[in-house]
Design a binder for this molecule. Structure first.
Ligand code: OAD
Length: 259
């Protein structure tokens, strides 16, 4: 870790040490070191011929249900095989070092919950949840077909209304889940520190969260190997990968606690 990064880590630790309410906003970059490609490069093999934005829409699902459902089954298999990197466990440890911590994620892979994070808000839904396309009636995940290979797969039908069952994720052009979004916005407006990890800050409305936090007087800390839309407003920028920076941040906080 370069000297300048240590200085950034120490500055981030100072901001977190005095915060009562902390929000951690994570994006696709948080899962990158666990082998889950970010949303925009998530296609290989059979799926390489399709642009994800052609698959992740309700219109695409209605036109080609088996193709879209098969693509999500492939992503579920990818995610289930993923091993959460040390950055995920660092966030679990961080929750024990500050009075209150909530993770607000754009990711649909469920990795934060899998490693034991308790307060997680999924702004874009989850690959492991299903509902029907007409009325969003919940559909039991253990009834969803899981094709073995990368192939198209006919979706099941809702047991209540008979319409096709879809993944319970937010598709392009769709609104975010109301309750989760209201909670996330309220936390951003009342936190004292926000850690923004692995997001380009390009996708609305999730990209508003750091601005809301900054305008509410919170310290905004970015963790990303690349500059982003958030870098300009962040008070501290840890220019590195989540799997390295987050454990270093927890170590700095823990050392500080024992001093
Ligand atoms: P993006 O793919 O737009 O941005 C990923 C960010 O992660 C980039 O800024 C990378 O520099 C950074 N990154 C890459 N590797 C990293 C690492 N090891 N550690 C930390 N950061 C790393 O992903 P998001 O900003 O999350 O929305 O936007 C993804 C959203 O766009 C998805 O949720 C999806 C899509 O539209 C919906 O499905 C509604």
């Amino acid at each position: 870790m370069l000297k300048s990064d240590d200085a950034a880590i120490q500055a981030a630790a100072r901001a977190l040490r005095t915060a009562r309410r902390v929000v951690v906003a994570t994006g696709a970059g948080m899962s990158q070191e666990s082998g889950i490609p970010t949303f925009r490069d998530a296609v290989t093999g059979l799926w390489a011929r399709y642009d994800p934005e052609q698959l992740a829409t309700e219109a695409a699902f209605r036109r080609h249900p088996a193709r879209v459902f098969g693509w999500y089954a492939w992503r579920r298999r990818l995610v289930r095989a993923a091993v959460p990197h040390p950055g995920y466990r660092a966030l679990v440890a961080l929750a024990g070092l500050v009075p209150e911590l909530t993770i607000v994620t754009q990711n649909v892979d469920g990795l934060h919950t899998r490693v034991g994070s308790r307060q997680v808000l999924e702004l874009h839904g989850s690959l492991e949840r299903f509902s029907c396309v007409e009325a969003r009636h919940p559909f039991p995940a253990d009834r969803a077909p899981e094709p073995e290979a990368d192939m198209e797969c006919e979706p099941p039908r809702c047991e209540r209304c008979g319409s096709l069952v879809r993944p319970d994720v937010v598709w392009f052009g769709e609104l975010l889940p109301e309750r989760v979004t209201a909670q996330a916005w309220e936390l951003a407006a009342s936190c004292q520190a926000m850690l923004v990890v692995g997001t380009s800050g390009l996708v609305q409305p999730a990209a508003q969260l750091p601005f809301i936090a900054r305008d509410a007087g919170a310290s905004v800390i970015e963790v990303n190997p690349e500059p982003t839309e958030i870098s300009g407003l962040a008070h501290v920028v840890c220019r590195g990968r989540a799997g390295a920076v987050l454990p270093a941040l927890v170590a700095a906080l823990t050392e500080g606690a024992t001093r």
